[in-house]
Design a protein around this ligand. Structure first.
Ligand code: GLU
Length: 454
């Protein structure tokens, strides 16, 4: 049945979308991501028809390479477990493939493809010399011991190592992959290649080539992006009520920066439910539970005492706020949530996660004139700081936190301005979705055009 909520797209782009849908059957997240970008490109090819020549847009929608592999490993009960590993090397026009690795039971080739596609434009927006890629596995790290995590990461890298390299493909973390997992994978890569190639992975520990501020970068960057949006309207975070979904790496450092800029965060969540704390979230307690103990957010309420409560399941977007930062996972914020947020007076929504808002939710925000920042722009601070880590590795240098953070701040402000100016240039002022898609596309497309049909 035809979905009437979908916007019509340019007649030259519809056949391209049809091919994407056909060739990648059963991959709804990739369809969603591709459709959103193609929707924005109609205006570009009207003005610059050369971008539709030589099947350029078809090529951008087709990953350069897709690798799928078996990951066998032995659990603590001496049982053999089998997972599936992926690396989708989407586009290398601007630099080596770059993008995280996700360990989560929901991972499949469609999820990795949508993430790799988004990553390509996101990385272009940073202005850094990095292509787009993504990887992962349907491995579920929840409840696994450190030794099991190590054995899994080692087995994963025994296959992955032949496909990556500092000039080829540079993975990093994503959901379920942090410094611990990157350490195990780096160790195995180093052993297999007999080479200390610091720039092959980012998100490394500080002692062996990691960058200061990398851990904080995605969350901090999202909040810097929102600050630019607010400033443009003559306002700032001061005293504003915020809700952040998730309580992983992105959410934690988004909360930290909102607090530093004078905002108030009253709710956050995990996959089990959400907490509301009208006194303002105690970030140290969230960090203790999530980063140190790897526990559940429900434990917050038991330890914090009066003034807060836990809601099992339900939607964190029922909590009224002016600033909403979805930082959990794809399609977590639905049209119904968008309606509630709008009714409750939200003014800004910025995606800290990758594609956390459904297409219908995004449409509602845009229709209601809510400032909306898509993930490929708002959460680009993580990968941008990964590129700074690559820079430090290449020059065998290690920058201070202040220097790295100020570079991040500058990059986020440039991304904001480039999305905003591009939207104005294409007669859609304030439309950050259009601005991000076009600005990212043009950079990748110009490099591809220069290189011929490859
Ligand atoms: N996984 C992060 C993202 O979605 C970071 C990728 C990287 O640092 O390479 O952008």
């Amino acid at each position: 049945m035809k979905d009437l909520t979908l916007k019509p797209i340019h007649e030259k782009l519809q056949p391209i979308l049809d091919t994407v849908l056909h060739r990648n059957a059963g991959e709804p997240e990739f369809h969603q991501a591709a459709r959103e970008v193609l929707e924005s490109l109609g205006r570009v090819i009207n003005r610059h028809p050369e971008y539709s020549e030589d099947a350029l847009i078809q090529r951008i929608c087709e990953p350069e390479r897709q690798i799928i592999f078996r990951v066998p490993w032995i659990d603590d009960n001496d049982q053999v477990q089998i997972n599936r590993g992926f690396r989708v090397q989407f586009n290398s026009a601007l630099g080596p493939y770059k993008g995280g690795i996700r360990f989560h039971p929901s991972v499949n080739v469609g999820i990795i493809k949508f993430l790799g596609f988004e990553q390509t434009f996101k990385n272009a927006l940073t202005g850094m010399p990095i292509g787009g890629g993504k990887g992962g596995s349907d491995f579920d790290p929840k409840g696994r011991s450190d030794r099991e995590i190590m054995r899994f990461c080692q087995s994963f890298m025994i296959e992955l190592h032949r496909h990556i390299g500092e000039y080829v493909d540079v993975p990093a973390g994503d959901v379920g992959v942090g410094a611990r997992e990157i350490g195990f994978m780096f160790g195995m890569y180093k052993r297999l290649n007999n080479r200390f190639e610091a720039g092959v992975l980012t998100g490394k520990g500080l002692v062996y080539g990691g960058s200061r501020a990398r851990k904080e970068a995605t969350g901090f960057g999202t909040v810097y992006f929102v600050r630019s949006m607010l400033n443009r309207k003559g306002t700032d975070f001061d005293g504003k009520r915020c809700v952040v979904s998730g309580s992983g790496n992105v959410a934690i450092y988004a909360i930290e920066k909102v607090l530093a800029l004078g905002g108030k965060v009253v709710a956050c969540s995990d996959s089990g439910g959400y907490i509301v704390d009208e006194n303002g979230i105690d970030l140290e307690l969230v960090k203790q539970i999530k980063e140190v103990e790897r526990g559940r957010i429900s434990q917050y309420v038991e330890r914090r005492g009066d003034g807060c409560h836990y809601v099992k399941s339900g939607s964190v977007w029922d909590v009224p706020c002016e600033i909403a930062l979805p930082c959990a996972t794809q399609n977590e914020l639905t049209a119904a949530d968008a309606k509630t947020l709008i009714e409750n007076g939200v003014i800004v929504v910025a995606e800290g996660a990758n594609m956390p808002c459904t297409s219908a939710a995004v449409q509602q925000f845009r229709k209601a004139g809510i400032m909306f920042a898509p993930g490929k722009a708002a959460n680009a601070g993580g990968v941008a700081t990964s590129a700074l880590e690559m820079q430090q590795n290449a020059s065998r240098d290690s920058w201070s936190f202040a220097k790295t953070e100020s570079r991040l701040e500058e990059i986020m402000s440039n991304i904001h301005d480039s999305c905003h100016e591009t939207a104005e240039e294409y007669s859609a002022p304030g439309d950050y979705v259009l601005g991000a898609n076009i600005a990212g596309f043009v950079r990748v497309a110009d490099a591809m055009r220069a290189m011929g049909v490859i």
